[in-house]
Ligand binder design. Structure first.
Ligand SMILES: Nc1ncnc2c1ncn2[C@@H]1O[C@H](COP(=O)(O)OP(=O)(O)OP(=O)(O)O)[C@@H](O)[C@H]1O
Ligand SMILES: [Mg+2]
Length: 274
């Protein structure tokens, strides 16, 4: 075992030595910083010298063909996959490569997977309540009787995700799109600083996609949001800065117009819908 790996694992055991309450420091730089990250799976380099920074409050779109490494990048940020080399920092204080997956989540990095995992038998309200109860850091005093503060937070999130009217309905009756919004709401209950959203509009109707665009735009600023998506119409509707990943590296970065006119990007997407 390399000295570095050994050190990293030792540090992970002692996560509590750097309490997750210690704030994310963005005074001198980005909220998320990846540098020269490499990951190989059985000799195949899925992430190849990947360097990327996300600013605090930014809404960043990540696009790229199948297998470009977009999901693997999220796996690395959330601690699910450990890179072979490189650095990943959350603000200037938290070296994410030294932290466990639950600890990274507790620092305020929320991840939305493609398949919604709401509790269908519970009401919309109860789903949010449960998501909040899971986080002792935000609501340490949550007991059987819900505090006013907690109730306010749920109301706030219900308004944000546009499900206030359906609060007492079981989540099982929600449409596919509404379930996705509820799951985003469940992440918001944790008061994340950074939200990672992988293919949010797959399977949504046009109308649901429009609502999702509004939702993600409204979240930016309050938190940083990284959106991976293949639907170019959707990306265009929310795009500020867009990063194109290809073969595990950044191929291009800029406005939607800049990247979609980039000859290298066109070459990579030739024959695809973009
Ligand atoms: N756990 C794993 N074991 C082996 N190979 C993997 C693993 N995870 C990802 N890969 C490979 O790494 C490459 C990048 O995969 P990844 O899922 O990150 O791509 P992606 O950009 O998210 O693609 P898509 O747009 O299809 O979701 C692919 O070739 C994939 O097969
Ligand atoms: Mg993927």
């Amino acid at each position: 075992m390399s000295l570095l790996t050994e050190f990293a694992q030792r540090d992970r055991v002692f996560d509590f030595l750097t309490p997750s309450e210690s704030p994310v420091d963005v005074r001198h730089g980005p909220i998320l910083y990846l540098e020269d990250v490499n990951v190989s799976f059985d000799g195949f380099r899925a992430i190849n010298n990947l360097s990327l920074t996300i600013d605090d409050g930014e809404l960043r779109c990540i696009i790229g063909p199948n297998g470009a490494g977009k999901t693997t990048m999220m796996d690395i940020i959330t601690g699910k996959t450990r890179p072979d080399s490189g650095s990943v920092w959350f603000g200037s204080r938290h070296n994410l490569l030294m932290k466990s997956e639950p600890y990274i989540a507790s620092l305020g990095i929320g991840r939305k997977f493609q398949k919604p995992t709401v509790f269908e038998a519970l009401t919309v309200f109860e789903n949010l309540e449960l998501a909040m109860a899971a986080n002792k850091k935000v609501f340490p005093t949550l007991t059987a009787k819900m505090t006013g503060e907690a109730r306010d937070r749920i109301d706030e999130v219900l308004a944000t995700i546009g499900l206030a009217e359906l609060r007492e309905r079981p989540a099982g009756i929600l449409s596919h799109g509404q379930k996705q919004w509820l799951e985003i709401g469940m992440l918001l209950m944790q008061k994340p600083r950074l939200l990672l959203v992988d293919e949010p509009v797959a399977g949504m109707t046009e109308q649901e996609m429009e609502r999702t665009a509004e939702l993600l735009i409204s979240l930016a600023g309050k938190q940083s949001v990284v959106v991976v998506e293949h639907d170019m119409g959707f990306i265009r509707s929310i795009a500020r800065k867009v990063t194109v990943l290809h073969q595990g590296s950044v191929l291009a970065e800029g406005t939607m117009d800049q990247v979609s006119n980039d000859p290298e990007v066109i070459k990579v997407y030739l024959g695809e819908e973009a």
